[in-house]
Design a protein around this ligand. Structure first.
Ligand code: TMP
Length: 256
């Protein structure tokens, strides 16, 4: 489809060489995987929705001073981003017990946590992204102590902002996963929020009904996955409405 050089293909996205040095194009696929890719599907329209939702969130976070890799969206499925070296960590922030934390600690899903909890997983598919301690991160040199502090501080600020943003549209932010990257610019290195923030990487429950509006609909075979993502996009003001099929996504032009 394109003659651009492919740099990397992940489970839900492809990275291509960007138009200028130090940039990449991030392409959002419709593919969904769960349980370390043991479960796979193609969900028509998911890539378009995640591209728009992640754009919306990255721009909003940029405005509150979180440095991100996002430069601009270039079309329905692609965005121009700054090239970074991904820190091999998944940084998870939890407000409410769910998923692997509920399983691991025997806490009922939906239990409010006493405060936001930040966890690190080592990003290694072969090992199933194991939960690790900060000690592992610094001892094995995956990030410096300063970078760990910076990541935790950004993560908590992102959590505060996103909790408020979602609360305003009737959604409870249960938890989310983010990734950071090192951006080399002239003489310095800067830590940037990278990857994506979308219903693929967050747990989002309707405030009134607890209806899941995220990838758990796919993981747990709850159905209507893209419809739920479209619902999130609609409430964020990205889609005009979700009437009818999500294949005829009527996307509102963003104001930036
Ligand atoms: P978990 O409860 O399965 O550990 O997931 C915590 C959060 O991280 C949840 O919002 C889903 C997200 N997540 C990802 O984005 N990618 C993954 O591979 C996994 C396992 C979870």
């Amino acid at each position: 489809m394109s003659r651009r050089k492919q740099i990397y293909e992940g489970k839900a996205k492809i990275l291509y060489e960007g138009p200028e040095p130090g940039t990449l194009i991030q392409y959002f696929k419709d593919d969904a995987t769960a349980f370390n890719a043991q479960k796979k599907a193609t969900l028509q329209g998911k890539g378009v929705l995640n591209n728009r939702i992640s754009e919306h969130i990255m721009i909003a976070l940029g405005r509150i001073g979180i440095p991100t890799h996002f430069i601009k969206r270039v079309n329905m499925r692609e965005q121009l981003i700054k090239k970074v070296d991904i820190v091999p960590l998944e940084v998870i922030c939890r407000n409410v017990a769910a998923g692997s934390m509920s399983k691991r600690l025997g806490i009922d899903e939906g239990t409010q946590l006493p405060r936001a909890i930040v966890e690190f997983c080592y990003k290694k598919d072969e090992l199933g992204d194991p939960l690790i301690a900060e000690e592992h991160v610094t001892a094995f040199g995956w990030a410096t102590p300063q970078e760990v502090d910076e990541m935790v501080s950004y993560t908590l600020r992102i959590n505060d902002f996103l909790q408020g943003m979602f609360f305003g549209i009737g959604i409870r932010l249960i938890d989310f996963k983010i990734e950071f990257g090192r951006h080399y610019d002239g003489d310095g290195v800067e830590l940037l929020l990278a990857d994506e923030i979308s219903p693929d990487s967050c747990r989002l429950w309707d405030l009134e009904t607890d209806k899941k509006l995220d990838k758990d609909r796919f993981r747990r075979d709850l159905g209507d996955v893209t419809e739920a993502y479209a619902e999130v996009a609609t409430r964020l003001g990205i889609l005009k409405d979700t009437q009818g099929s999500v294949t005829k996504l009527s996307v509102v032009k963003s104001e930036d």
